[in-house]
Each structure stands twice: as C-alpha cells, then as structure tokens.
Design a protein around this ligand. Structure first.
Ligand code: G3P
Ligand code: CA
Length: 245
C-alpha cells in the first residue's frame, strides 16, 4: 500500500483532545480541540466486557470516571452510565465516555484528522482490531480525511496491516530505536512515536531523522521544547494543549 508523506501534515496532534482544559477523550475534548484550532486529534480506544469499543485511556475506570474496576469488567452500557467529566471539573459533570461510533461522528463533524490509538488487552488483540476495522469501514471517509492507527502493541499493528491495510500505522515506543527503518519494516508500519525522555538525546534524534522514517514525540506541553523537537526532525508533537504553537 502506498501512502503519501508526511502522514501528519501539522505540527501538533492534540493528545486525548484538549486535555488541558476538558476531560480527556470526551466529546467535549473533541469540540474544544477544533475550537482551539488544531487539525489533528489523538484518542484511545479499548474493549468493554461485551466487546464493544469505548474511548478510555486507562485500563481501569478509577481515574477518569466516578467508578472503579477494569474497563474490561463492565459492559458499554454500564460504562456509559458513569460520569466521565466530574473528575476533571464540575463544569463537565454528566459528560460520558463515548463509544467509537459517536466519537468518530464528532471528529468528522468538527473537521479533524485522527490518530486512533488501540489500547489492547493481551489476548484480545485480534478482537480489538477486527471491531475497530468494522467501525472505521462504516464511519471513516478513508482516503478523503487523514487518519492513522497507533499502538504500543506490535501484534495489533500486524493485525491492522492485514485487516485494514489502507490505513497507515504507527508504532508507539518510549526510546528512539537504533535502527528505525529496519524496525518499521519488521512491524509493517509507517511511523514511530517516542517519548520525550532524557535517553532520547540529540544524537538519537539524529539517527531517527537520518533514517527518513516519519516520527513524532509525546507528550510535550512546553512550546520551546516542542520547537526544539520539530527542529530536530520530528514531524509532529503530541500535546495536551492543542494551541501550543
Ligand atoms: O502514540 C503515542 C501517544 O498516543 C501516547 O499516548 O498517553 O496513551 O501514552 P498515551
Ligand atoms: Ca494515547
């Protein structure tokens, strides 16, 4: 499959939406991202007990809802009955964790491009990618509006390459790899994400840049640092602040 590069044609990807001013991964965070002028939004999708897809970053409900326990232990209906806004601020009381369909509708309505991160439960990688693929086929105007799939799970990315080969893929890493081009070839993906940690020195960024592999850095909320990273060859920056630059 031939993709056109860069896959991300903007400096900023809004990490979990406008998560600096709204509860992450909610529809409020999508709308705010568009209002703040970003072109790209990032979000996290995971499976529920009834194998539906819900937009929640953590494995558990504890941090971002008024309940507790794992997402995988509750049905989508049970999760959507929870408050996913009050933990952030009372102004967002009643905000719910959207399912993938309603999230995509909102992203499209807001005119945003999407980084969809698959949050796997080990053992359910295929179920996750298959279900995501069905919804993307139904909802996303692939080829007309930019999108890419990302994840820390190589297994998920391999399944995605098989099931939805027309959607580009990004491996999320922590450290900048020694051989970026070999790594993306091995996994069958087109992009690398790394984190902004001291291990990733300018020399490591040099290796990434000279490999020619598109890469981005997560998660950066300091505009000066974001500029430095872009100057070192990052194609884009994931930030909680959609208006960082
Ligand atoms: O692709 C990397 C980025 O999505 C990381 O996000 O917050 O899920 O680790 P996070
Ligand atoms: Ca993420």
């Amino acid at each position: 499959m031939k993709f056109s590069y860069p896959i991300v044609n903007a400096d900023i990807v809004a990490h979990r939406g406008a998560s600096n001013v709204t509860p992450e991964n909610t529809l409020a965070s999508v709308r705010k991202t568009a209002e703040m002028g970003a072109k790209w939004i990032e979000t996290d999708v995971r499976l529920t007990a009834d194998l539906k897809l819900v937009m929640i970053h953590d494995e558990t409900l504890d941090r971002t809802t008024n309940s507790s326990g794992t997402v995988l232990s509750k049905t989508l209906g049970e999760i959507q009955a929870l408050d996913a806004g009050s933990w952030f601020h009372q102004d967002f009381a009643g905000e719910i964790a959207p399912d993938l369909e309603e999230y995509l509708d909102c992203v499209i309505e807001c005119g945003l491009n999407l980084q969809l991160e698959v949050k796997e439960v080990p053992g359910l990688e295929r179920e996750l990618v298959e279900r995501v693929a069905v919804v993307l086929r139904e909802k996303w105007p692939t080829g007309k509006r930019p999108i890419y799939l990302s994840g820390f799970s190589e297994r998920c990315l391999r399944y995605a390459a098989e099931i939805i080969p027309d959607i580009p893929r990004c491996i999320a890493l922590v450290a900048a790899p020694q051989y970026p081009a070999a790594l993306v070839k091995e996994i069958g993906c087109q992009m690398i994400h790394i984190q902004d940690i001291p291990y990733n020195t300018p020399a490591r960024f040099g290796l990434l840049k000279s490999s020619g592999v598109e890469f981005a850095v997560a998660t950066v909320d300091d505009p000066k640092r974001a500029r430095e990273l872009l100057d070192m060859g990052a194609q884009s920056i994931l930030s909680d602040n959609p208006a960082l630059l």
